[in-house]
Design a binder for this molecule. Structure first.
Ligand SMILES: Nc1ncnc2c1ncn2[C@@H]1O[C@H](COP(=O)(O)OP(=O)(O)O)[C@@H](O)[C@H]1O
Ligand SMILES: [Mg+2]
Length: 414
């Protein structure tokens, strides 16, 4: 069971939505329905699941139904047909009291225009949600102060919203949502009104805060770059219908149709994708073995390269040649880690772009470690070449470069 589930949700705006629904079921499209009945399709048969603790991004052109979708989660909009579940409970069946509880305890929303109270100080704005919850004044001010610090606004507690820049006002909006201490945060185009630089700062902030709090964030944007920076998963909407749900890598490398492809066409994939998305398990992982044992393992696995791992940590690369030479000079019982070469390694979270220079120089797989320094896998030049060279499936073959060519042409960032 997922935290949030939309199950075959169709939502039609207009006077007689159920009649319009029947027309839709008979095959009328959004435009026909509007032209002939004056009804607007908000969502059309949308089913999706959002997991606890993920940043789930909803993307699509203006009017595609993003806001409508997210408003179902706190029941600002109810579907014409279908179910919306939180923790398995159909929230359409909640009593009034239960709905109020859901909205206060589980869900907060961050708005595009910040939604701050203009005549209240920053600290009062942040504490506002807690006041509604009946948290005593002393405690709510203390908690508000803590979140103000977390979003780097210490010193501005007694300022008024209009004394702050847009970016700072949205930090207040973020602090307010976090202080309310709900497990779900909905953000509808929350950064769209901000300058690009401020915007990317706040994107990083959201990722960091989400990772440290484990909250579930449902984030709406029409901007693919923003989606790629933030998302664990992305849902793409078109005319109220769900076109694709997937990881950033799925969306970039396997766009479901021409609409999704039009979003991703000009994205620099090496910048947008992390090493983790293309990483492969290594052919041979050698765990604290002697040179003799390592050579035997290589023969068994029919490979000339091994990755030495010592206590989980990546300790270097060995080739058959190096091991054979070392066996003659130092003896077969010497630890393989002693003769391992320390190739440049990269971490799983690096953009592929940052590894391009090393890949070009070495032309063989680059070892990858996770954030704790443990060996996680290898990044192979051929896989990176293929990613850079392959256009999305619907493009013509004639444009494709060979993977090796593509790797050579890829310009790493200075
Ligand atoms: N309350 C409403 N009444 C009538 N039509 C609406 C209402 N809310 C949204 N719509 C329509 O539903 C469609 C989806 O809108 P919306 O969810 O706001 O899209 P987005 O957020 O992706 O820009 C649009 O065609 C919009 O005009
Ligand atoms: Mg919207």
């Amino acid at each position: 069971m997922s935290l949030i589930e939309l199950d075959r949700v169709t939502t039609i705006f207009g006077k007689a939505p159920r009649e319009a629904l029947a027309r839709l079921r008979q095959g009328a499209d959004k435009k026909t329905l509007l032209d002939e009945t004056g009804h607007v399709v908000g969502l059309h048969d949308v089913s999706l699941s959002i997991e606890a603790g993920e940043i789930f991004v909803i993307m699509g052109l203006s009017g595609s139904g993003k806001s409508t979708l997210v408003r179902h989660i706190n029941r600002l909009v109810d579907p014409t047909d279908g179910e919306v579940r939180i923790d398995g409970t159909n929230i359409l069946s909640l009593s009034r009291a239960e709905l109020i509880r859901l909205r206060r305890k589980r869900i907060t929303m961050v708005f595009q225009r910040f939604g701050l109270l203009p005549h209240r100080q920053v600290i009062e704005n942040v504490a506002y949600g807690l006041a509604i919850h009946g948290v005593p004044k002393k405690e709510r001010l203390a908690r508000a102060r803590e979140w103000i610090e977390r979003v780097s606004l210490s010193g501005y507690e007694t300022h008024y919203p209009d004394q702050l820049s847009g970016g700072m006002q949205q930090r207040v909006g973020l602090a307010r949502a976090l202080a309310a201490d709900t497990d779900i945060i909905l953000m509808d185009e929350a950064f769209s009104a901000l300058d690009p630089l401020i915007r990317s700062e706040l994107q990083d902030e959201v990722v960091n805060l989400q990772r440290s709090t484990g909250k579930t964030v449902v984030f709406i944007t029409h901007d693919l770059d923003e989606a790629l920076r933030l998302a664990d998963r992305i849902a793409v909407l078109r005319d109220g219908a769900l076109v694709q749900v997937g990881t950033p890598a799925d969306i970039l490398l396997k766009p479901a149709d021409a609409y999704v492809e039009s979003f991703v066409r000009n994205v620099n994939r090496a910048r947008a994708l992390t090493v983790e998305t293309l990483m492969k398990p290594p052919a041979l992982r050698l765990t604290a073995e002697s040179i003799g044992e390592a050579l035997a393992a290589m023969r068994r696995m029919r490979t000339d390269v091994g990755y030495v791992v010592d206590d989980g940590r990546f300790a270097g690369v060995v080739t058959k040649d190096v091991l054979e030479r070392a066996a003659n000079e130092q003896g077969r019982t010497t630890a393989a880690s002693e003769v391992a070469e320390h190739l440049p390694s990269a971490t799983t979270a690096c953009a592929i772009e940052t590894v391009l220079p090393a890949l070009l120089e070495h032309q063989h797989p680059i070892p990858i470690v996770d954030e704790r320094g443990d060996f996680a896998g290898v990044l192979r030049p051929e896989d990176v070449g293929e990613m850079l060279g392959s256009d999305s499936p619907s493009k013509e073959e004639e444009q494709a470069e060979s993977p090796a060519e593509a790797l050579k042409h890829a310009q790493p960032a200075a």
